[in-house]
Each structure stands twice: as C-alpha cells, then as structure tokens.
Write a protein that binds this ligand. Sequence first.
Ligand code: ATP
Length: 280
Amino acid sequence: MILIEGLVKSYGEHQAVDGVDLSIEKGEIFALLGPNGAGKTTIVEILEGYRVADGGKVLVLGEDPAAKGRAGAALRGRIGIVLQDSSDSQDLTVLETLQHFATYYSAPRNVDELISLVNLEEKSQAKIRTLSGGQRRRLDVALGIIGQPEILFLDEPTTGFDPRARRDFWDLILALKNNGTTILLTTHYLDEAEALADRVGVIVAGKILEISTPATLGGRMKALTTVSWQSLDGQIESVESDKPTEIIRELIKKFDGEIPALSITRPSLEEIYLKMIGEK
Ligand code: ATP
C-alpha cells in the first residue's frame, strides 16, 4: 500500500528526513514514533502529496503522491487524511460540514451513520466553533473517513482526548482496520501505539532507528522481568530476573498459597522507547 525507499527531505540546511526506507502492507496499522521534530509529519505529508520529497522513491497505492492533474486527484480520492491542525468553516454545523464534504466523493459514507460512528449524534446541529477539542478531533476523523479511503493517515489523532474518548477512538480505528483499511498513524502516546499498531517504526533526527512489533521493539521480549511481592514482615520486595518462573516457584513454596501483592512486569513500550531515544 505504501513504499518508501531512500526518502530525503531538507528545509534549507536542515535535513528533516535522512534516507528512510519503509513499506506498509494492506490492512496493517503502522505507527511512526519519535520525538518532536524527528520528521514524522514531513514523511506523512509527503505521502499525502502536501510536500514534495527532495529524493528517493515514494509510492502510495502504486502511485506517485506528488502527481498533479487527474492521476493526483484519483489518488487523493482513495486516501483519507486527519491532519494535526485543520481549519474549516467554523460557522457550519457538524451535519452541514459532513454533508458538504460527502459531495466530493463518488462513494461517500452515509452521513448519519458516520456521525454515530464517531459519537457526535448530540452535536450534529452544533456549530464547529462550539465543539470541545476532543469533539473537534472526532469530526476531523469523520472527515478523514467520509470517502471510504483505502489508506487513512492519522497525525496525532487523540491529542486532547479524555481516556474514555481515546478508548472509543481506538475501537473505531480497529473497526476500520477490520474492514481492510490500511492505517498510518503518528502518536506520542506509547500505550496508543501498543493498543493499535501491528508494527511501529522509531524515527530520530530523520533516520529510522528500528521497525518491529510493539512486543519486540528494542529487545523488549528479552528484557529482564521484575517480580515484586510483599514479604512476611510487610515490606515490598522486588527482583529483576531473566528467569521469573524460578522466582515464582520459590515464592509459592515460601508462602504456601497466595503470594501477597504479587506483580510480574516487563518494561513498558514507553520505557523501551525512552531507552532507545536516550541512547541515540
Ligand atoms: P512533532 O512530533 O513535533 O509533530 P515531527 O516528527 O512531526 O514532530 P516534522 O514536523 O516532520 O517533525 O519536522 C521535522 C523537522 O523539520 C523539524 O526540525 C522542523 O522544525 C522542520 N520543519 C518542518 N517543516 C518545516 C518547514 N515548512 N520549514 C522549515 N522547517 C521545517
């Protein structure tokens, strides 16, 4: 669905993207992770056709996203975009906005179904400027999927969402994936990447550090496991080990039953990510 080879892009002297290779398969959710200024938005906007690469090969659905004219318009009809910031007519209602954008596509989604999909039923008659940040973002997502895109680009989609709205949004994204939509996401929330992404790519200073699954990034599967429990004198004890099962076996013998306050944890994706970024 997406192929990137040797992509480079600079702004004046600053090399924002420095030789990136990446391919994304149909039906996959891929998350690009990286610190502020790493080059994520630049890559995504090149794929969307908003910015032009300086060099390298980029194909989206087999087409050049920088193509102008009919080829470019045809490609744009097959992709959906949710930008970091969007500005549209603040005085239209949610319903009017969606009805308006639906006319741009040959096979748009049903607008009423779309409003309920993004949970904006109560706000369908509200003007855009009266929406909260999270409601505004959900409208952005509705606009991104209104044309039933084959690929959906989401740039930091859940910034400003409350925890319940984020979970609802994740369910929506997973439902789109189950319907065959390919999704490229940038996010600073590592739990979001873990919940959604089949694969993640970590980018720092325009270069990809690693591409892997959330479970295996940065050697996560081989990382030491922390086992902690409450000892007989009431203290919380904690041990890091590559053989946690042995520790548990010993604890079972010692406590002869339930082990108080037992927890067994591997490093979170965020801990692994921060370590990778720190080393870089
Ligand atoms: P964030 O997580 O903060 O959104 P990002 O990874 O998306 O960051 P980009 O927006 O791609 O990063 O920016 C990469 C680098 O290129 C940054 O140093 C940024 O300042 C620079 N940059 C981006 N757009 C422009 C521009 N239009 N003109 C000049 N420099 C730019």
